[in-house]
Structure formats: C-alpha cells, structure tokens
Design a protein around this ligand. Structure first.
Ligand SMILES: N[C@@H](CCSC[C@H]1O[C@@H](n2cnc3c(=O)[nH]cnc32)[C@H](O)[C@@H]1O)C(=O)O
Ligand SMILES: [Zn+2]
Length: 433
C-alpha cells in the first residue's frame, strides 16, 4: 500500500476552529491515516513519498452537487436567454445531435476543467451515462451518475431502460468511485405516474433520485395550474421523497416547502450562477440551512454558467445572499462547508468531504504564496472571497495523485480541447442554414 505524507497548512473542514498552520497529513492507500500538527503522524509510519508544501493550504476536494458535464460542448453556444427558450430553442435541438462520443469528449473536457479548479466529485445528469462513467473511471475522479429522463419525451421509456442498465453496470464501479442515482429531469417534464415508477424502481435497486425542482416561477405556475400545489408539495404527495433525494435549484419555495424538505431529508443542490444567469432567482439558502436542510453547491452545466469552477461558485453563493438579505448572510466557512462536507452528505457519501482519519484521501492543495493571499487573516475568507481556480496546485483522489503542479496526470488536455472544438463546431454548423 502506498504511503504519502503531506506537510502544509491544513484546513480539515472538521469544524470552524480547526486549522493547522504547520500541519501534516498521512495517507495510506486510499485513506487518511492521521491529520494534525507537524510530527503527528503515527510512530512507525514510513512514507514512500513526502510532499513539502509549507505555503499551500490542504483541504478536502470540492464537490459539485449538480452538473451536466458534457454540456461543455455547448459552452457559449446559447447565452442571455430565460430557461424555457434556452432549453427548447437552443439546447435541446443541439443535444439531439450529440452522439455517445460527443458526450464522452464533452465530459473529458469538463473533468479537466473540474480538476484544474479543485473539484474531486460531481453529481452528473445527462444521457449516454455509460460513456460518462468511462470518462470518470479513466480520469480517476469520483462521480454520482444519473441518467436524465424526460418522461414526457418520446425517448422517456428508453431513457428509463438506460438508467436501469447504468445501475447494473456502473453502480459501485472503480472501487466505489462511481455511484448511480435515478435522474428524472423535472416536475414539468415528467408525469406523476412516471415519477412514481422511477421511485419504485430506485427503491427496489437501493439507489437515490436526482431531479430539478422549483427552479423558475414559470415552473411554479405550471405545476400550480396542473396540480393545484407547489412542485415540492406535489412531489411529496406523490411519495417521491423519503429516500435519498437530491433536488437541484429549489429557488422558489414556500415556508411549508422548506419544512417538507427538512422533514423528508431532501438534500438541495444550490447553483447560484446558473440561477442568476437564467434570471431564475435567489434560493433561500440561509432559511434552508436554518431548518436543517443539507445544501450543497453546484455549477449546473457549462451552458448556463458558463464554467465549472466551484471557487467562483462559492463566491457567487455568498455574494448573492448578501445582496438579497444582509452582509452577515452565508459567511465564508458555511459556504466552504456547502462545497465540501455538506456536498458529500448530499451525495450520500459518509467518508469524503472532510480530512479526518478513516476518510478517503480526496484532497487538494492551494498555492497561498501569491500576492492575493497576503496578509493571512482568515484562510476560509481567502478561499471563498479571493481564491480562484488557477490557485489549485495538487489533487489527490482515492489516495492517487491526479494533478501535480497543475499538470493533469491522467489526461491529454490538448487532445481533449481539440476534439471538443471540432465536435461542437461540427454540430453547430448543421444549424447554420
Ligand atoms: N435529453 C436527454 C436527457 C436529458 S439530461 C438533462 C437535461 O437537463 C438540461 N438542463 C441543463 N441545465 C438545466 C437547468 O438549469 N434546468 C433544467 N434543465 C437543464 C440539459 O440540457 C439536458 O437536456 C436525452 O434524453 O438524451
Ligand atoms: Zn441542471
């Protein structure tokens, strides 16, 4: 078993006061053995590799709780539109022309961008998820995969079958690096009957459900007209909640909705930049957290953001709440928790999101020896309000280095960029006349 020792500043995310200015973390195989001040590694621990990074901060890898990775293929293809015309006029016609290999390369590009910006895990919703799984397995990151199912579309049934195959072939793959959830797209694209069928099958197979919920006022009005209740109340009455559910967005909620999410332990994936860009609104994040709802952070796809950088997303999450409420809302450490430990809980992991003995060795180091990180009054505040993607130096997932000195060790970035450029342009050209 490999043994690694990293000496650096350590922000373990085990509590707001926990920080080791001169710390060390011992890793054995895929797990963390010890975390503490210099000299705290167990006697007899003889590392095969020592990484001395005294000016780096080590923290848990960031967790993206909602994305559509392969939508990097549509980056800056459709901008400055509200959700429904964006989806129906631009995104869905483009996606209809994307094949399996386009999705594979689009996902590889997303993973390259995610690693370079400190993200070790994602919850993804898309089609052809077997190829997404392959891309993740090759790259070495962690992912929860959900087959996005638009129940009302002609391919709704086929998507459901593909979702089942995904569970059978990929759930637990890569030594557990891959997990699977069912991915019914949204209340306005799936019937109650379809959603109940999904829930029954997900329960039977012991996996969770990932769904967009209460994203726009349009959605609230549509579901109110059709069902006479809010999307959250409708899903609750249908019996969709109660197991492991991750609801993306949850922008427009009543107090009763928040109570339901808390009571049914529905986790929420908050995507502030997508919500701002599509003018969806500001999610009641502090209100949800106050009631005990687990809220993680997501970027959504690269077509409504338009990047997959969780450092930018953390800053946006904090600033959006301060603008809407007051400057004390969503302080830095809470935002960091959303991007790490709360994200891990949302995805159903019990052994990632913190640096603690027994936890998986999923971590990043951030180069703090740069002008924008001095003086060092508050490490959490620097990480949320100052740091950006380019500051991430090292990434380890499952005890293996996958980036060092910003070099991706498991992928050929140049080739990926070229493939995506050609494939995306080829599809766009089909709409030219
Ligand atoms: N149409 C696909 C499956 C859908 S996957 C998930 C879908 O969510 C779409 N999507 C991306 N961002 C959002 C959002 O913010 N709200 C709703 N849908 C979104 C995305 O474009 C994609 O079509 C098929 O059957 O092959
Ligand atoms: Zn989405």
């Amino acid at each position: 078993m490999s043994k690694t020792l990293i000496r650096a500043m350590i922000l373990p995310m085990t509590g707001p006061d926990d920080f080791y200015p001169e710390g060390e973390i011992a890793i054995e195989g895929d797990r963390i053995l010890s975390v503490g001040p210099k000299g705290s590694a167990p006697a007899g621990f003889v590392p095969d590799r020592v990484l001395d990074l005294p000016n780096d901060v080590v923290m848990p890898g960031l967790i993206n709780t909602h994305t559509h990775a392969a939508m990097t293929m549509l980056r800056s293809y459709a901008d400055d539109l509200p959700l429904m015309p964006w989806l129906t006029d631009k995104v869905w016609p483009f996606e209809a022309k994307m094949g399996k290999e386009d999705i594979y390369w689009g996902t590889k590009l997303a993973l390259a961008e995610m690693i370079l910006s400190g993200t070790t895990s994602m919850l993804d919703m898309y089609g052809d998820m077997d190829r997404v799984g392959d891309a993740v397995l090759e790259t070495g990151t962690r992912a929860v995969l959900s087959r996005g199912m638009i129940g009302n579309a002609p391919n709704g049934e086929q998507a459901f079958q593909e979702q089942i195959e995904l569970v059978e072939n990929y759930h637990g793959a890569g030594d557990g690096r891959i997990q699977v959830m069912f991915g019914p797209h949204a209340p306005y694209t799936c019937s109650g009957e379809f959603l109940q069928k999904v829930k029954a099958e997900a329960d039977r197979r012991g996996v969770g459900i990932h769904i967009h919920v209460a994203e726009t006022l349009d959605e609230i009005n549509t579901i109110k007209e059709q069902e006479g209740k809010t999307p959250v109340q409708w899903l609750n009455d249908l019996g969709i909640f109660g197991g492991h559910v991750v609801a993306a967005h949850c922008v427009h909620l009543t107090e009763e909705d928040i109570n339901i999410l808390a009571e049914k332990k529905v986790a929420v994936a908050h995507n502030p930049e997508s919500n701002m860009k599509l003018n969806s609104g500001t999610a009641p994040v502090p209100e949800m957290i106050a009631k005990g709802v687990v809220v993680g952070l997501g970027t959504d796809g690269a077509s409504s953001n338009n990047n997959l950088d969780l450092f930018g997303e953390m800053r946006s999450a904090a600033l959006q709440q301060k603008l809407k409420k007051d400057s004390t809302a969503l302080p830095a450490y809470e935002v960091l928790e959303m991007a790490t430990i709360q994200g891990a809980k949302a995805l159903g992991y019990e052994d990632i999101g913190m640096l603690a003995p027994g936890y998986k060795a999923d971590l990043i180091t951030i180069n703090f020896d740069q002008p924008h990180f001095y003086p060092r009054f508050s490490i959490p505040a620097h990480l949320v309000y100052v740091a950006h993607a380019g500051d991430v130096r090292t990434m380890m997932v499952d005890g293996k280095f996958i980036m060092e000195e910003r070099k991706l060790l498991t992928m050929d970035v140049k080739k990926i960029c070229q493939e995506v450029e050609q494939r995306a342009k080829r599809i766009a050209a089909e709409f030219a006349d």
